[in-house]
Design a protein around this ligand. Structure first.
Ligand code: XIL
Length: 368
């Protein structure tokens, strides 16, 4: 329990933070499930902010680097491989028995200037991409359970016009190599660590729409060519009030699992609220978090929900979507929000339900 007393401008008042058990990670473990989070890096977050660190250890059993495993950090110039921050996160995860997702080997963002502004032939760019993936995946082989090999290939705003190109044009890989760069990336990852689970990761595909159709077609085509892909990451950057219904979320996981045999996960969940944030909006957000976790937990091919941040104070939403806020389970004092309690109550009830084990009702068995 953290006590903040004598805050300037306040009457002397004790602001207590609820840190009482049970914790999300312990409940998730009882359900063979991962509740994870993206982890920042720097003076305000990992590994320097002690409150951030305590909360991270206490509440989560999976982590993903928010940016330190992207090209921008790992490969500031051609000769330098900066693995330090990634190594620190992996050591921390090992010490605290957390699963690690790797994010991400090829994306159109976080591309260092020497690549973005480089002058590469197709063959040179293929070699560069393959070499990067080979080195990074091997570096953490056996420690990273699953990689977002390729992130966000399909663009927004598809209209369905005949002949429309669904792929984003602002990607260096698309520009230097052409559409088959995705195939080279997955093949390189599979070769570097045959045991790692390989994911395609994207946003705005959590309900059926044109973008989801384009992702489906892309992955279906790769699988038909014999490319190893194990799963789809649905990022889950939601706006409160516009979170897909339980039926829509479930139908979307089913689509990729039943038709393509893929694992499914929610990999970057946050549910941002249009300001001003009110008690009613926080209550709605709580219901929405419960909905996402319920769909994930009940699905046989889904074993993880990762949030895109520990607390509202250190979320990318604050700078990227300044008209919105309060997207996570903990507020900027690391105190628990209604969404935290809703998630925890749901996990507790689910444990009880399974222990009660009504006859014939199994529930919760995850596929290998
Ligand atoms: C974001 C990070 O949160 C920011 O700190 C960084 O500046 C940019 O990237 N989809 C993704 C993530 O796959 O990597 C992005 O993370 C958020 C959107």
């Amino acid at each position: 329990v953290v006590l903040l007393t004598g805050m300037p401008g306040c009457r002397k008042k004790t602001l207590e933070i609820d840190t009482s058990p049970p914790y999300l990670r312990d409940l998730a473990e009882q359900l063979d499930f991962y509740i994870g989070t993206a982890v920042g890096y720097g003076s305000a977050t990992f590994p320097n902010n002690s409150q951030y660190m305590k909360t991270l250890k206490r509440e989560f059993n999976a982590v993903v680097a928010e940016y330190t495993m992207k090209w921008g950090t790992i490969r500031p110039d051609r000769e330098t491989f900066n693995y330090g921050p990634g190594d620190e996160l992996i050591k921390f995860a090992e010490d605290n028995k957390m699963m690690v997702r790797g994010h991400t080997l090829a994306w159109h963002q976080s591309v260092p200037a020497w690549v973005e502004d480089g002058d590469f032939t197709r063959d040179e760019a293929i070699s560069l991409l393959e070499e990067h993936i080979d080195k990074v995946v091997k570096r953490w082989q056996g420690k990273i359970r699953e990689w977002d090999v390729v992130n966000e290939v399909i663009r927004d705003g598809l209209t369905g016009q005949p002949g429309e190109n669904p792929r984003r044009s602002n990607s260096v890989w698309e520009r230097f190599i052409g559409e088959d760069w995705v195939e080279f990336a997955f093949r390189a990852a599979a070769e570097a660590d045959p045991k790692a689970l390989l994911f395609y990761n994207d946003y705005g595909i959590e309900r059926k729409n044109r973008k989801q159709d384009a992702v489906f077609a892309l992955v279906e085509d790769l699988l038909a060519k014999g490319v190893k892909i194990n799963g789809i990451g649905f990022q889950g950057h939601f706006v409160s009030g516009n979170v897909p219904s339980e039926e829509e979320l479930k139908a979307n996981l089913d689509r990729f699992h039943d038709e393509l045999g893929l694992k499914v996960q929610f990999t970057e969940v946050d549910i941002r609220i249009k300001k001003p944030v009110t008690a009613e909006k926080l209550a709605q957000q709580a219901e929405e978090y419960k909905r996402v976790i319920k769909v994930a937990l009940e699905h046989p091919a889904c074993d993880a929900v990762l949030l895109w941040g520990v607390d509202d104070g250190h979320s990318w939403i604050n700078s990227s979507f300044p008209e919105h806020g309060a997207p996570l389970l903990l507020d900027s004092r690391f105190d628990r929000k209604p969404a935290y309690y809703a998630a925890r109550d749901y996990l507790l009830a689910e444990i009880e339900r399974r222990q009660g084990g009504e006859e014939g009702e199994e529930g919760g068995e995850k596929e290998e």
